[in-house]
Design a protein around this ligand. Structure first.
Ligand code: ADP
Ligand code: MG
Length: 580
């Protein structure tokens, strides 16, 4: 008897006898279709190529990418816009890891998505024997996602898909990892037996009704406020109850401040919008009602400028979020629709005591600040600055309110957010909670595919670099996406101090003379190279109207933009203090 263990190359999988038999790959695609998935994003190879073929055959649209991270960003954006899980398909090891970046980002941002990855054979992975793309993916994913499951047997696939679906959309939405081993993908089953296992989860994102006491507590506090304010976050936008939120704001007459991706939930120029009065709200509001917004770093974690005597109401689906940075006087834990419904229903029993001068004061401040801001945008410099470029296109984007705006960069992010008013809900998608770079092309694709609408992506040149190759995906799928690259030649700007002793470029310096439009040409897009505000305006108007892939290289001055945009305080020390 041989004493050596069986470590030889495994036998090729058994071919199914069609049509009576099917494989795990088939069951996976069928199960996804059966729960209502109509689109997948991914990048195929061993061992998942056939999954994508079968998915297409099953009527699922498969959007194939050049990099998994971008496919994942697309799936996440799809999830955010549709309240159903965006699905990402990746290969084992590196493909899985590239995609996981996006799944982790989706989890942090509360976007529902499912990353499905093929994984290698378990036995040699578990004994660390070295196998093709061998990585213990489930355990790598676990700490970074909302839930992670592995499926080893084809008969478990329908259950695994249903559980992943539920985990992604229920409660606080997030990213889910589903690991499907190579043997499971290739395993053969009787078609009839497999079909019997398929099922659709009932009520996967159940309503979570807040307690009556919590609603009364919140309304009592709100009614007592002299200078109340509402902060709308992307959890409010995600809920797709735009009319109800508008009605609550307008019935109470309380001013609101929208977080970046909640811009447009109510139009930015609404009379109760306090978009331009962030500091005043923080310093002076005595009761702040957070609606699907977290008191995280984007709101100074409830400290800094915030009125130390101010009290908070928080409408939030995740009970663990409450009190995480500052005590919350009145938590309302429930799903947004149930919470707003309950608040609205009881509102007539409470008499608000808002100071009558509060809203007019904010409106006056808004007027003054907006007029001043517009002056800044009016200066048509050549070469262009971020401001003159944005001044040229502000009116064009605002007069196309149904176009979805995708936005990333440092100065390009901050200045675009501040300059361009949104008037429709969920029409601004940006790098959000982590303020990461490298979501642009993926999110633009996910937004265009999920909504069927046109997209304009305003990208810093550095930000574009992370996802630029997937501009080819925009072209391959002929999507109505216009990408504007604000090229100031660097991270922050193109005039980084050059301290290299070898004549190398500064760490922040990129390619101010690069002709990104030629990159667009390579893939057959309509392209433009613009150097003046007037040229930019003409190009963008034409590009949006074409409803075709377009790329505009927007030549800025290399010295436009400053380090870290608006968050310079996060830099450890000014450069001058490092240099001796
Ligand atoms: P923003 O950056 O706009 O403030 P965040 O992503 O930080 O938004 O916060 C969104 C919050 O909304 C999260 O705490 C999340 O749990 C919550 N949320 C998401 N979906 C819902 C929902 N359907 N109902 C209630 N709260 C939700
Ligand atoms: Mg730049």
């Amino acid at each position: 008897m041989s004493t050596t263990s069986n470590t030889t190359t495994p036998a090729a999988p058994q071919a199914p006898q069609y049509p009576e038999q099917v494989t795990g790959m088939y069951i996976l695609a069928r199960a996804l279709r059966n729960v209502g998935i109509d689109t997948m994003y991914g990048l195929v190879g061993i061992p998942v190529t056939e999954v994508a073929y079968i998915a297409q055959e099953q009527g699922i649209r498969f959007i194939s990418f050049r990099h998994e991270q971008q496919a994942g960003m697309a799936a996440a954006t799809h999830g955010y816009l549709t309240k159903t899980p965006g699905v990402l398909l990746t290969v084992s090891s590196l493909g899985f890891m590239n995609g996981l970046t996006a799944t982790a980002n989706a989890t942090v941002n509360c976007y529902p998505m499912i990353q499905i990855s093929g994984s290698s054979v378990r036995e040699p992975i578990d004994l660390d024997q070295g196998t093709y793309e061998g990585l213990d993916q489930l355990n790598v994913a676990k700490g970074l996602v909302k839930a992670a499951y592995r499926v080893n047997r084809p008969e478990d696939i329908p259950t695994a898909v249903a559980r992943a679906y539920r985990a992604a959309v229920s409660g606080r939405p997030g990213g889910v990892y589903l690991d499907v081993t190579t043997p499971c993908l290739g395993a053969v089953m009787n078609r009839e037996d497999a079909e019997k296992l398929l099922f659709k989860p009932v009520d996967p994102a159940p309503a979570m009704v807040p307690s009556a006491e919590s609603v009364d507590r919140a309304l009592q506090l709100l009614a007592s406020a002299k200078r109340p304010a509402i902060v709308l976050g992307k959890g409010a936008a995600y809920a797709q109850i735009d009319d109800k939120i508008k009605k609550f704001v307008e019935t109470t007459g309380i001013p609101y401040y929208p977080m970046s991706m909640a811009k447009g939930l109510l139009p930015d120029n609404h009379p109760l919008s306090a978009l331009s009065c962030r500091s005043t709200i923080m310093e002076q509001a005595d009761v702040v009602m957070l609606v699907g917004a977290r008191l995280n770093w984007l709101l100074s974690r409830g400290h800094g400028k915030w009125n130390p005597q101010g009290q908070f109401i928080q409408l939030e689906i995740d009970p663990e979020e409450i009190d995480c940075n500052r005590p919350i006087a009145a938590p309302v834990v429930g799903d947004m629709e149930s919470s707003i419904d309950a608040m609205m229903e009881k509102l007539p029993s409470y008499k608000l005591s808002m100071d009558p001068s509060w809203v007019p004061a904010l409106q006056a401040e808004t007027k003054t600040k907006n007029a001043k801001f517009l002056e800044r945008l009016k200066v048509p410099t050549v070469p262009m600055t971020h401001w003159s470029a944005l001044g040229a296109i502000k009116g064009i984007i605002e007069s196309n309110p149904d176009v979805i705006l995708v936005n990333e960069g440092a100065n390009t992010l901050d200045d675009t957010r501040d300059s361009i008013d949104m008037s429709m809900p969920r029409h601004r998608i940006d790098c959000a909670t982590w303020a990461i770079m490298g979501m642009g092309m993926g999110s633009a694709i996910g937004a265009a595919v999920a909504s069927g609408k046109s997209v304009v992506a305003i990208e810093g040149d550095s930000a574009f670099g992370f996802s630029g190759m997937d501009f080819s995906t925009i072209c391959r799928f002929n999507l109505p996406v216009t990408v504007c690259i604000f090229n100031n030649g660097g991270i922050y700007n193109g005039i980084g101090q050059n301290l290299s002793k070898d004549g190398d470029p500064a760490p922040t310096t990129l390619d101010v003379k690069a002709r990104y439009d030629k990159l667009g040409e390579a893939f057959g897009a309509q392209t433009y190279y613009v150097t003046t505000p007037a040229e930019f305006a003409t190009a963008l108007t034409e590009a949006i109207a074409s409803k075709k892939p377009a790329l505009i290289d927007v030549q800025l001055a290399a010295d436009s933009g400053k380090e870290s945009g608006h968050i310079g305080y996060l830099n450890p020390a000014p450069l001058q203090k490092i240099i001796v």
